[in-house]
Design a protein around this ligand. Structure first.
Ligand code: C2E
Ligand code: MG
Ligand code: MG
Length: 690
């Protein structure tokens, strides 16, 4: 029989009500509340536990609680049970538990022992709170501060300038490097826009680039632009801009990094400049001229026009270099470059090919005349006095001209101009010459000449011919001029016009001249009865060569020849008149008793100053004056007569060269010319006449 409930009704009722209240609390709790036996079998499971762990009470009651515990924590349960066994609680243990769906959650659990009426521990109650989100939030907060710290450190320690700006360019954050780079403080940046630091010439492009990049697909833009420092100086930078997104992924800010590449930029510019410019004159160089010539030739072909090339080479430039030094030579080149540029037409191209060689390209050429006019202007502009380190010199230039044919290449055209230049040099300094087929053939021959010249000196192929110099009064021989000939093994006897020019340019003239002087002195020594001195021609290159003077002295001594029996003939080239070492050499020869005659007198610009500056003992009237003496009353007569007045007035010996006719001899004699030389009196021959 069941005892009536009413017996102990009041107590039971209270306990029942308390149990009901407790059950309600458990039911409605947000925390999972469960109970288990000491064997770990779940006995109670509230709705929150269902929610949190995903198991319904039907699924889990009577099952082991171990299924909630991750496999990597095998000892946790044991530790808890041990504590419980000792009558202790576990409070707020933060640990990981598995949900039914296999995901893990972070929970804070508190475990208390359950005792029976005797106080024996029979199980445990567990309260578990899901703290996964809370934990995540704390973690997020921690990593955010760490990230902020990181950004701050990166900004502060970055060696490149960094700015954060709004999308409209208003600056929000700058680092110290940017302040240092531009010389503004942080306050300045915060009151300005990014564009305010950009160079005015680059602002437009920078804004365009920003617009392109913000609407484009890439979220990074790299450009090179100029910024302006607080002190006004320009800084070249590589700018990297990155869009920074907000939480929703839409860009919110702009991060701009700027790296100072001024040095790199300048170096690149310098390299590019060097690649196409001549450092001395600032003109373009060979590489550039070849490039532009390629383009001009192509355009000319298309338009049916032509291209002209002028190769300009200074006459006797090596004399300036050797006697005044390379510094002076450089000064002359720079001045000449300016002079050339000053007379060019817009569109003409000019460059320096190294040494004393300049090149002018006249494009879109319609007739040969305009290149010739160009040559005329260039030639005239160069031939004006200039003062270098206290020396007055007058540079002249020879010019080779070539015009393009439809099959010309830059190389062939320059080659043609070069051949024409050699021709121009050969026909006298200060002139110009057009390229033609004859010139071309001669150019080919010239290469051969240079090669053979070297051997010729060693093989003794040079022989000296002697042409008599006579008094015009009674045709008495009063001396000879030594004229070199090349006894060429296959081409026969060659006159100086065929090789002298090459000999001078290659410096072979030094050895050649020494051989001539040696033969002349040997002749003088062998023939003491010869009337008068023998005149030896010396070119400017020889005069400027170190050691020339010593060689002359040594040769005289070796052959025991009286210096008074030798005359040196020098042509009055413009440079010669002003070159110190030449003066010194000639003065010292003069002191030895050697005569000095000024050759080709009257042809240059500076004849008068040469007469004034050099210890000259005689002049040789250029044969061009003599050839013009065809009648008794030509203008040439007045010129030749006037020059004789000058020569006489200065007490010099006057020799008229190139006399071929009786009439010329008569006219010159009547004008008072003392001596004469020419085919009329005697051709150059292997032996002198007595
Ligand atoms: P230059 O010193 O003015 O010599 C005179 C030139 O005129 C010589 O030419 C001579 O043969 C030529 N000639 C003489 N009489 C007449 C004449 O009646 N009519 C014509 N049309 N010509 C005449 P060449 O021998 O051909 O020499 C040419 C130049 O070469 C010389 O001109 C001289 O400047 C140079 N030269 C000759 N030999 C040497 C040398 O050993 N060393 C150097 N450095 N130059 C030399
Ligand atoms: Mg001569
Ligand atoms: Mg002469």
């Amino acid at each position: 029989m069941i005892p009536p409930l009413v017996d102990d009704a009041p107590e039971q009722k209270q306990a029942f009500e308390a149990a009901q209240r407790m059950a309600a609390i458990v039911e409605s709790s947000d925390d999972a509340i469960m109970a288990m036996t000491l064997d770990g079998i779940v006995t109670n499971w509230n709705p929150a536990a269902e929610r949190i762990f995903g198991y319904s009470s039907e699924e889990i009651i009577g099952k082991l609680v171990r299924r909630l515990i991750p496999a990597d924590r095998p000892f946790e349960m044991k530790a808890i049970l041990t504590k419980l066994g000792a009558g202790q609680r576990v409070d707020h243990l933060e640990t990981i538990r598995l949900r039914k769906d296999g995901t893990s959650i972070t929970v804070s659990i508190s475990v208390s022992p359950i005792r029976d009426v005797d106080g024996t521990i029979v199980g445990a109650s567990v309260i578990a709170r899901d703290v996964t989100e809370q934990k995540q939030a704390a973690e997020n907060a921690r990593s955010l501060t760490a990230a902020e710290d990181l950004v701050r450190t990166v900004l502060a320690s970055a060696s490149i300038g960094i700015a954060l700006a709004d999308l409209d360019g208003s600056i929000r954050v700058v680092n110290q490097s940017l302040c240092d780079l531009l010389g503004y403080d942080e306050a300045w940046f915060l009151a300005h826009q990014i564009r305010d630091m950009v160079h005015p010439d680059d602002v437009e492009e920078a804004l365009r680039e920003r617009a392109r990049f913000m609407t484009g697909s890439s979220d990074k833009s790299v450009t090179k632009l100029r910024l302006v420092r607080a002190d006004g100086a320009t800084v070249w930078v590589r700018r990297v801009a990155v869009l920074l997104g907000g939480g929703d992924g839409a860009p919110k800010q702009l991060m701009v990094q700027v790296e100072d590449i001024t040095a790199e930029h300048d170096a690149q510019e310098a390299l590019a400049y060097q690649a196409f410019h001549d450092p001395l004159t600032g003109l373009h160089n060979r590489a550039w001229i070849l490039d532009i010539l390629t383009l001009d030739l192509r355009a000319a072909k298309r338009l049916g026009t032509s291209v002209g090339v002028l190769l300009v080479d200074l006459d006797n430039f090596q004399v300036v270099n050797e006697s005044l030094g390379h510094g002076a030579g450089d000064e002359v080149l720079a001045i000449v470059a300016d002079r050339i540029v000053s007379v060019l037409r817009p569109g003409d191209r000019v460059g320096r090919f190294g040494g004393d060689e300049f090149v002018i390209v006249v494009h879109d050429l319609r007739d040969g005349l305009s290149v010739e006019h160009c040559a005329e202007r260039v030639s005239a502009s160069i031939a004006a006095d200039l003062l270098v380190r206290g020396h007055r010199i007058m540079p002249t230039a020879s010019i080779g001209i070539a015009t393009a044919t439809p099959i010309s290449t830059p190389e062939s055209l320059l080659g043609d101009a070069d051949s024409a230049l050699s021709r121009a040099k050969a026909t006298g300094r200060g002139g110009w010459h057009f390229f033609d087929d004859l010139v071309h053939a001669q150019a080919l021959a010239r290469f051969t000449v240079e090669d053979q010249l070297r051997d010729a000196i060693a093989l003794g192929e040079f022989v000296v011919y002697y042409q008599p110099i006579v008094t015009l009064a009674d045709a008495h021989v009063v001396g000879h001029e030594a004229l070199v000939r090349w006894n060429h093994p296959t081409r026969g006897l060659l006159s100086p016009a065929e090789f002298l020019d090459v000999a001078e340019e290659t410096g072979l003239i030094i050895g050649l001249g020494a051989a001539v002087l040696d033969q002349v002195c040997a002749m003088l020594a062998a023939r003491p009865e010869l009337p008068g001195p023998i005149s030896v021609n010396v070119s400017a290159v020889q005069l400027a060569a170190p050691g020339w003077l010593r060689n002359v002295r040594d040769t005289l001594v070796r052959h025991r020849v009286d210096p008074a029996r030798v005359v040196i003939e020098v042509t009055e080239t413009a440079v010669l008149s002003l070159v110190d070492s030449a003066h010194v050499a000639l003065a010292s020869l003069r002191r030895l008793g050697i005569g000095i005659h000024l050759d080709d007198f009257g042809t240059g610009y500076s004849s008068m100053s040469v007469l004034r500056d050099l210890p000259v003992t005689g002049v040789k009237l250029d044969l061009r004056f003599v050839h013009d003496l065809t009648t008794w009353d030509s203008q040439a007569n007045a010129l030749a007569g006037g020059l004789n007045g000058l020569v006489k007035g200065m007490g010099l010996t006057g020799i008229a060269e190139g006399i071929e006719t009786q009439m010329q001899a008569d006219i010159l004699r009547a004008q008072g010319w003392e001596c004469g030389q020419g085919y009329y009196f005697g051709k150059p021959a292997a032996t002198p006449v007595t």
